[in-house]
Design a protein around this ligand. Sequence first.
Ligand code: ACO
Length: 330
Amino acid sequence: MKQAVITGVAGFLPDYVLTNQELETMVDTNDQWIRERTGIVERRLLKEKGKGTSDLAVPAVLELLKKTGTAPEDVDLVVCCTVTADFRFPDTGTLICHKAGLTNAYGYDLSAACSGFVYGLHAAAQYIKAGTHKKVIVVGADKMSSIMDYTNRNTCILFGDGAGVVMLEPSDDETLGLRETVLYGDGSGGAELYQLGGGSVHGTTQETLDKNMHVIEQNGRVVFKRAVKGMSSAIKKVLEKSNLAGEDIKWVVPHQANIRIIESVAGQLDFPMEKVMVTIEKYGNTTAATIPLCLRDYESQLKKGDQLILTAFGGGYTWGAIRLVWGYNS
Ligand code: ACO
């Protein structure tokens, strides 16, 4: 059977930098608290009017095509992982295909919040392994600023906008590519982390606007604990399924929500932080984009054959982990 291997990564961050200092002028917070409690120093925002998540994803996709030497017409599919679609419909995946000139590709959206990229990567790998698709782009992209309440210090300090993308292709090399995967969901978590307005239950009305229902709300402490537990147990399960120990893993690529969550997960598994990819200080939590942006930022340090574990936890709740063997030297 063919293996599904990542053959390139790329990303895009908008220019505007929202610093902790600027947040101090917006809500009752301070730089020291944000750094100590979250590890975040700044995040990027897409400020231009009329631009959405596809406008974050398209430059990343174009860069990916260039880096991998792929002709736009050779791409088969775009799996767009996002909770901030441009519109309810048309879906963002289809818009990305159109805007990036992927004339023979189709696309669709996958909504699993901060776990979107691991869900999407797993889904994309099935098309490659089945032999039905040869070039699949997995996009993790979110314009979190579009659903943020910049008067709520419980949420607005955490999130940023960005896009990360990977190319997935078949390989005959049995030793490379995606290996064991565990994915989980628990809908009872919907009570702790949500954006209620604008869906089919609470379609947009004057009442939903007056009640501020179109922004993220969360019970931060509860989510924090569940995130540590979820990612740690998912990594343990993947190690167990693959018959590997922590020391066999070269890199852990965790979803970037809070440096204290990342450090707790690493601590529980005895992973030294040097093995853990961290970008949170620069970008904050970009939801579906955090993992592919980590891969992009660390790409030059990755070597063919390196063992990686990707792990995420997010709204839903959704969570999971994937072991993969890196496929190229850059
Ligand atoms: N600035 C300054 N002070 C603050 C802020 C702030 N932005 N927010 C809370 N505080 C204060 C509180 O009022 C409280 O003060 P008190 O002790 O006088 O009552 C104190 O700081 C501690 O508050 P906590 O809510 O306990 O702070 P905590 O350390 O839990 O940090 C945070 C809050 C950052 C939200 C954390 O719980 C967290 O990161 N949770 C995970 C949430 C998350 O990541 N959600 C994203 C989606 S899911 C995911 O990506 C995994």
